[in-house]
Design a protein around this ligand. Sequence first.
Ligand code: GZL
Length: 307
Amino acid sequence: GCGGSDSGSGDKGDDGTITLGFSQVGAESGWRTANTKSIQESAAAAGIKLQFSDAQGKQENQITALRSFITQKVDVIAFSPVVTSGWDAVLKEAKDAGIPVILTDRAVDSQDDSLYESFLGSDFKVEGQKAGEWLLKEYEGKSEPVNIVELQGTTGSAPAIDRQTGFGDAIKANPNFKIVKTQTGDFKRADGKTVMETFLQSTPDIDVLYAHNDDMGLGAIEAIEAAGKKPGTDIKIITVDAVKDGMTALADGKINFIVECSPLLGPQLMDIAKKVNAGEKVEKRILTEETTFTQEQAKTELPNRKY
Ligand code: GZL
């Protein structure tokens, strides 16, 4: 606080430095690592004091972290909610403590949107639709049945829910498409590999894999190659994120299409944090810019990838 008396507007340094408490999901994927780096570097560049906590994928650790930020009287709280539900109580505590909250990356299912100032992140349903639309084009004019297996992200997380819905809705346009197996790989490379092994053992003719992130797709590629099949040829693969390892596999022809999901939310987050700390109005929903990549585009884009 400032001097002896509590300034009342949170634990501001004497020189007005903003303290931001950030609760991160964990370190489950290349995307997450890049997201953490963006937040840490942007805080330093913005002169914001960052209290950073890694929840190792556990909601209870995030709730504990948010409660400690409230006790510390930070000026602003931000977090990426590992799952969509179970946040209302702790968000109410932050509101009662007069500490503004910013959601980044993933959404919460709270009915009361006064519990947070802004939600900065991608539209995961659109990401799923983009993946489905590419597959529709890929099989345009063909009439054979197409067996699809799906590696879902973390159960109950906004990206897993919405990427499944967006893709499922889009592929309804082709009655030959069938999702024959769908299971979570928790956004992790190792889990993607083990789940793909079970898919390969139980499903003789898999035509397509849709993985909710690159890391699970890369794990699945290991399983596909171990089974003596060619990823990208025998089994077409679509993933989401576009981290360097995914883009490399895309350029090498082992993945067929990647829908980008940008982790570089740091600069915008710091800008929003300064605004909410100053009591300025901010947009409730801020959408991140992102695109898609084919194998050809990956070859030219690879050298530009920051993460
Ligand atoms: C998406 C993010 C997801 C990524 C995964 O914004 O929440 O979590 O797609 C990451 O790679 O683990």
